[in-house]
Structures are given as C-alpha cells and as structure tokens.
Write a protein that binds this ligand. Structure first.
Ligand code: SAM
Length: 302
C-alpha cells in the first residue's frame, strides 16, 4: 500500500498533475479514517496546498475533521496558501491551459461534493429568474427530445419537463443521477458522458449544457461541440451557461478547476462547430457570483 511518503516522493518527482491528484485522492479516501497521530496528519495537511483544486474547501474540512483535526479550519487556511503554498511547478497559475483535469477527476470531485452541491444548487428556486426564463424561452417549444447534459441534481431537467419538454438529464456522477431519480420520480435521468452521446445522428431537438462545459480543458471544447452538432436535429437549439472573463483562463472553481471564456470567443467556437448564436445573456459579478453568460445557438444548415 502507498504511504504518505510515497505520495511525497510522487509530488516532488514532477509526476503528471492529474496522476498525482488521482493518487492523492485515492490514498486520502483509504487513510482518512485512520489518522491518529499528529505527524502523519501534518504531513497530509502539508500536501493539501499543492493539490490541484479537485476537491472544494469544505471537502478539505470534512477530511480534516474525519482525521480528528481539532482545528479543521486551518486546513482551509493551508489551502489558501497561508501556510506556504507548494504548487507543483508544472501547475503555474497564470497559464490558461494549466491545471487541466480529466473526466475521472471531474467525476471524483463532484462525487465528493455532491451532497453539498445538491443542498446549495439543487432546485430551480436557486437558479436566477433571468436564467430560467432564458432556458425556457429557447427550449420550451422544441419538438422532440431535449438533453440536459451535465444535469447535476436534475432540477433543470425537471424544470424543462414542467414546461412540457421531453427532457432527459445525463450526468457523469451516479450520486447526482440517484438523487435526480429520487427527487423527480417521473423524470428521465441517465448516467453518461456528453463527450460520447449514445444517440443517433441528428436525432435530438435541443441540448441544455448549463455550467457543465466549464471544466472542459479548452483544447477539448471543439470535440464536444462537434458531438453536440452530430446529435442535433436540423434547427435544433443549444443553450449553455458559462463563466466569463477577458481571456480564456483556468480558475479555482470550488469543486474542480474550471475555465472562464470571453463570450465572443466561445461564440466563435460555436460557429466553427456549426451553430449560429441567436441570443446571449450576460450578468456581471454579483456578490460571490462570478460574471456569467448564457448563449442560445441554433444548428446551422448543412
Ligand atoms: C457546475 S455543475 C452544473 C450542474 C447543473 N447543470 C446545474 O446547473 O446545477 C457541472 C456538471 O457537469 C457534469 N459533467 C462534467 N463533465 C461531464 C461529462 N463529460 N459528461 C456528463 N456530465 C458532466 C458534472 O458531473 C456536474 O454535474
């Protein structure tokens, strides 16, 4: 079995960031309940600041609490860098393409955060009224199947169904799908990935991807949009929500690394993939909310 020392060696070795994060996650899951002595706990805590952001602050606290830490908030401080930030050199914060995460890491991170995510964001009452109106305006009248890709707790799938839409929610995370099925028993939810949709060409009337493309490394976006276009029926509508910035850049989203985009640049990617933007909604930063945009785009002819 791997020890914390092995992990330290891996961290110092410059092992690939995602490999290192995955090793740390799995080791923490195995040993979290066993921390008795202070030293291993200190060692484990010392590695937290250098972790890519694949678990949110609360998860760190929970981990520290499980480990018997009487001051779990200090783990949060360590995470912020107050006790010496040790980020691997290949994870430079300034590079827009650094801290790339893969699908397994996204799944793991949301699995860890699922309960909290459901509590904080799991009903349509927690969604901005302008966003609900935007989603409804573009998807409510779609004739045929609409996929809510990266549906999370399933509340927007349910919202679409309440508008009479034949909506199915799809997500990577079994906890979200189980919750969605329990909370909305008449709904339709499936485990799956939007990177590879199990649907025929041009069979889908609409797609909602609300906040679910934010973790995609920019180099992977075109492939996913091409898959959406492949699935989309003629004149099918794509609605998506994203975080906005002046340039494409990674940031420490609470769950796992995410990317902000200039809206025009994202829209160009949609055009390249065969979609035509028909409406955009932008909202500046509000309190803790980051600048946000929604785009509605229609599958272009051809
Ligand atoms: C920020 S959450 C948004 C969830 C939901 N749409 C909402 O509005 O609350 C991102 C969601 O995308 C899902 N996701 C990320 N990558 C995915 C993929 N490749 N396939 C399916 N779901 C994915 C995550 O599991 C997570 O539920």
């Amino acid at each position: 079995m791997e020890t914390t020392k092995d992990l330290a060696a891996s961290a110092g070795d410059g092992v690939a960031a995602e490999q290192w994060a995955a090793k740390f996650d799995s080791a923490c899951a195995r040993i979290a309940g066993r921390f008795r002595r202070v030293e291993p706990r200190r060692q484990a805590r010392a590695y937290l600041p250098s972790l890519p952001s694949n678990v949110d602050t609360l998860a760190y606290r929970q981990l520290a609490e499980q480990a018997g830490d009487p001051t779990p908030h200090r783990t949060t401080a360590a995470r912020r860098g107050d006790v010496g930030r040790r980020r691997p050199a290949h994870c430079a914060e300034t590079s827009p393409y650094s801290r790339v995460v893969n699908m397994d890491q996204v799944r793991t991170a949301y699995t860890t955060a699922a309960e909290l995510y459901i509590e904080l964001f799991g009903t349509s009452k927690q969604v901005h009224a302008d966003d609900l109106a935007f989603i409804g305006r573009h998807l409510a009248s779609r004739p045929g199947t609409v996929l809510d890709l990266g549906c999370g707790p399933g509340h927007l799938t349910d919202y679409l169904r309440s508008l009479g839409v034949n909506a199915t929610g799809i997500d990577l995370v079994p906890e979200f799908i189980a919750h969605a099925q329990a909370a909305h028993p008449s709904g339709s939810y499936q485990l799956g990935s939007f990177e590879d949709l199990a649907v025929a060409h041009h069979s889908i009337a609409g797609i909602l991807a609300w906040g679910s493309l934010i973790h995609l490394p920019p180099k992977d976006l075109d492939g996913v949009l091409a898959e959406f276009r492949r699935a989309m029926a003629p004149a099918g509508t794509l609605v998506l929500g994203l975080f906005v910035g002046d340039e494409v850049a990674a940031f420490d989203h609470k769950v796992v690394t995410a990317y902000r985009w200039p809206v025009d640049e994202f829209s160009e990617r949609l055009t390249r993939a065969g979609f035509t933007e028909v409406e955009r909604l932008q909202r500046p930063s509000e309190g803790a909310q980051r600048p946000h945009a929604a785009i509605a785009a229609v599958a272009a002819e051809g």
